[in-house]
Design a protein around this ligand. Structure first.
Ligand SMILES: Nc1ncnc2c1ncn2[C@@H]1O[C@H](COP(=O)(O)OP(=O)(O)O)[C@@H](O)[C@H]1O
Ligand SMILES: [Mg+2]
Length: 334
């Protein structure tokens, strides 16, 4: 353990600096809360950037997370760097406090904008493309025999910077998974967030990259419909109800889910097809996709002012075709 902490010594930030930057963890500096604890905004001098605005997550053990998630986040975010993965700027491990310090995403997270008019259809697609690229990077083993399985993909873990670029956050629950091998699953206790978690993973404890693909699909559905997958006020409006029924009717092989790289390509194509709006009035879709009919039947549409300005291209509603790879002994489906 000692050698590990030494390795990350350059990222250490003393508690006094954090106390003064958050005004002693003042409520007015609190910008969110989640499974790790409260999140604060502050100004700090950090190793990589000098004086900058940061987001600080202070571990609160009453929510169930602890040292493993703290160290996992530090190790993973130090190893995996990408434009669409949040950057860790430092951490504090003083006087019993465990605090993670990240770059500040000034637009916070995608869940906060699902209903918002600020999120035009083009912007929605660009955010999805960015997040998909980040996850594809984690899944892509690049010739090695391991990949990263995120295990907590959800709209609140897709952070948005001042230019609405997406950054995947929270690798504290992630796991290294096998890649380029005959069997590429892990057996693990189920973690994640209700509504986003792959039902097959919940049922069996068998984890594969397709479980992240499932969760990412839930996020795409949220972006498409302009609402969170879970409605605590009206249970009938939760996606989980639709999912439960559909899952019961047509249990599909998990291997049929697309790869993240294929999703990136499909979303990029959808963006190309998305013509800029010529008039402010939305034009009706001539042949609505059966899925959009299901959405409007089961879920009442959001108020007029909250709707997207143009209908989604059908290409987004169809998953990219799955082309089974030839059974080649040397080349596993990664
Ligand atoms: N780096 C960051 N920059 C800006 N806002 C953030 C950052 N990290 C987290 N947040 C905000 O704080 C909220 C809580 O974060 P978190 O503890 O990860 O919980 P959860 O992911 O369960 O929502 C997020 O939903 C987001 O709005
Ligand atoms: Mg989070």
């Amino acid at each position: 353990m000692l050698s590990i902490t030494k390795k990350f010594e350059h990222l250490k930030i003393p508690l006094e600096a954090i106390i003064s930057s958050t005004n002693n963890f003042a409520e007015s500096n609190c910008i969110g809360r989640g499974g790790f604890g409260k999140v604060y905004k502050g100004e700090l001098h950090v190793h990589l950037k000098g004086q900058t605005t940061v987001a600080l997550k202070r571990l609160d053990r009453t929510f169930g997370q602890g040292d493993p998630e703290f160290w996992k986040e530090i190790v993973m975010l130090s190893l995996y760097k990408h434009d669409n993965i949040v950057s860790l700027l430092g951490f504090c491990d003083d006087s019993g406090e465990k605090i993670l310090i990240y770059e500040y995403a000034s637009n916070k997270s995608l869940d906060l904008y699902l209903k918002s008019d600020d999120l035009t259809w083009v912007r929605r697609l660009k955010i999805c493309i960015g997040a998909a690229r980040g996850l594809a990077y984690l899944h892509n083993p690049a010739g090695t025999q391991q990949r990263v399985l995120h295990r907590d993909i959800k709209s609140s873990n897709i952070l948005l910077d001042e230019n609405w670029n997406a950054r995947i956050a929270d690798l504290g629950l992630s796991k290294f998974g096998p890649a380029n091998q005959q069997y590429t699953f892990l057996v693990s206790n189920t973690v994640g967030t209700f509504g986003y978690c792959d039902p097959i993973y919940v049922e069996t404890g068998l984890l594969t990259k397709e479980s992240d693909v499932y969760s990412f699909g839930v996020v795409l559905f949220e972006v498409l419909c302009g609402r969170l997958c879970i409605s605590y006020h009206n249970k009938a409006q939760s996606f989980t109800e639709i999912v439960r029924k559909s899952y019961k009717q047509n249990k599909r092989d998990r291997e049929q889910r697309p790869l993240m790289n294929e999703i990136v390509t499909a979303l990029e194509m959808a963006l190309i097809y998305q013509a800029p709006p010529t008039s402010p009035t939305p034009t009706p879709t001539p042949n609505p996709h059966p899925l959009s009919k299901l959405i409007t039947t089961v879920l009442p549409p959001p108020p007029e002012s909250k709707r997207m300005f143009s209908p989604p291209p059908p290409s987004l509603l169809k998953p990219p075709p799955y082309v089974p790879k030839k059974n080649n002994q040397k080349k596993w489906r990664i």
